[in-house]
Ligand binder design. Structure first.
Ligand code: CMC
Length: 426
């Protein structure tokens, strides 16, 4: 038995099987069970992948116990407070933070690609009024493969970078168009004189002739939100992107599957649900009633913005956003009524045994909703904002997967509990 291995004993037969232990740079050791079925004739079962490392990755590290998050070795606190979203995007894609010149060039490359094919407007036109912007966004991202059908195979590094730039540059435009079409508003084209985040807010808010009110603090706050969302290792939407990419599907299909996965309330849809829930609770006097509902095992109600699969002490992104929210309270119009309800929920949940015992702390979505509200971003755009932030992460993970020579199609097995073969009646 090798030192760097683990032995599994089948107590039914006494048979022993050795599996190698692989060491990460940091984090828990990993047992390589890729030969488990071949050696034992059994599958492993891991509902929700709570104990499974699904890939090798160099991009993002999370220590859920210590509340630590790093992109390419840089702490999220440093990136969110000292760097911009484009710095973080460049870092995720190119593995290093950019120099001033590299950042300027990168910005220019994105600006050049920020317009979308005019014919795509027919696609937006086809959606009914009040369609959810996420519905439009996911379709429009998938449709990019029809409008930009050159080099879908991405055989060269240049083609890969071209694709990465295209998607990162076009998603804000598609996102803003999705919102404006959903409200029957005329679209606003990108303004090349504006920075990445400022341009997005401009496309979202401006009047048709271009008039817009934008405070620098609003742009800064949104930029921070984007940075905090930029990657989060193998979360559900990134896993969706990787699974689709593992079939050799083109990246537009992979990213649109990420958009779909992110929309769910348990993931990126939570920030919209937080605000809707605060509005539903309606008054601080009702908070106790809803806390009781969240604790009731027979009630499916969950407190939105609480709990996380990986963070079990605190979510470092939430800590940064809480500070930002407090800073913005003095400078922007944070809804004081909703803030009062949120503060009471937070206070109770942080001391209530049910939440403490289960390590249910406020997550990023608990704070981002109120900030986005104060930035006058409509609720139905909250998940879209999450998509815009997460896109560089999805692309970096896609590129990493593409570069791995021993990449295999993702094809899990199952614990079958259905009927045995049945004899047809006739
Ligand atoms: N309110 C009340 N109870 C909860 C909550 C909640 N928000 N979250 C978890 N629990 C309870 C759950 O009922 C279970 O209790 P018990 O052990 O008695 O059965 C226990 O806590 C563990 O929950 P779980 O569902 O097994 O945990 P998970 O790791 O599978 O789910 C989660 C994580 C984030 C999906 C879940 O906590 C949740 O639904 N939270 C609300 C939605 C939310 O805020 N999502 C945003 C996550 S952060 C953004 C992102 O990265 O996507």
């Amino acid at each position: 038995m090798a030192n760097n291995s683990i032995t599994v004993i089948d107590n039914r037969t006494g048979n022993k099987f050795d599996f190698p232990i692989v060491q990460p740079t940091i984090g828990p050791d990993v047992v390589d069970i890729s030969s488990f079925y071949k050696n034992t004739g059994m599958f492993t079962f891991d509902r929700g992948f709570t104990s499974t490392a699904s890939c090798r990755s160099n991009i993002t590290y999370i220590d859920g116990g210590a509340g630590k998050l790093m992109y390419r070795g840089y702490d999220i606190g440093y990136l969110a407070t000292k760097k911009t979203f484009l710095d973080a995007t460049y870092l995720l894609l190119h593995k290093e933070l950019p120099t001033k010149e590299q950042l300027d060039n990168f910005n220019l490359e994105l600006k050049k690609r920020s317009f979308i094919n005019e014919s795509m407007k027919k696609l937006f036109d086809a959606f009914p009024d009040n369609a959810h912007p996420m519905a439009i966004l996911s379709s429009a991202v998938a449709a990019l493969s029809a409008f930009y059908s050159d080099s879908l195979d991405m055989d060269t590094p240049e083609e890969v970078i071209e694709m990465a730039h295209r998607i990162i540059a076009k998603i804000p435009t598609i996102a803003a168009f999705s919102y404006r079409y959903s409200k029957g508003l005329p679209v606003i084209y990108p303004d090349l004189d504006k920075g990445f985040t400022e341009n997005f807010l401009y496309m979202l808010r401006a009047y048709p002739h271009g008039y817009v009110e934008l405070k620098p603090i609003e742009v800064e706050a949104l930029d921070t939100i984007f940075t905090l969302h930029a990657d989060h290792e193998q979360n559900a939407s990134t896993t969706a992107v990787r699974v689709v990419a593992s079939t050799q599907a083109h990246p537009y299909a992979a990213v649109s599957s990420g958009v779909g996965a992110l929309w769910g309330r348990a993931h990126g849809g939570a920030n919209e649900s937080v605000i809707r829930q605060l509005e539903m609770i309606g008054s601080v006097d009702n908070v106790d009633k809803f806390i009781a509902k969240a604790k009731d095992k027979n009630d499916p109600f969950r407190l939105m913005g609480f709990g996380h699969r990986v963070y079990k002490n605190f979510d470092p992104r939430a800590t940064i956003l809480k500070e930002l929210r407090d800073k913005l309270t003095d400078e922007l119009d944070i809804d004081s009524h909703l803030l009062e309800i949120a503060n009471k929920i937070e206070k109770i949940a942080l001391s209530d045994e049910y939440f403490v015992k289960r390590h249910l702390y406020p997550n990023i979505d608990f704070y981002s909703g109120l900030i986005l509200n104060a930035l006058r971003i409509p609720k139905e755009m909250f998940a879209v904002i999450f998509v815009m932030g997460r896109t560089p992460g999805w692309i970096a993970q896609w590129v990493e997967l593409k570069e791995q020579k021993d990449m295999k199609i993702a094809r899990p097995r199952q614990l079958y509990l259905g009927p045995l073969e049945r004899t047809p009646k006739s």
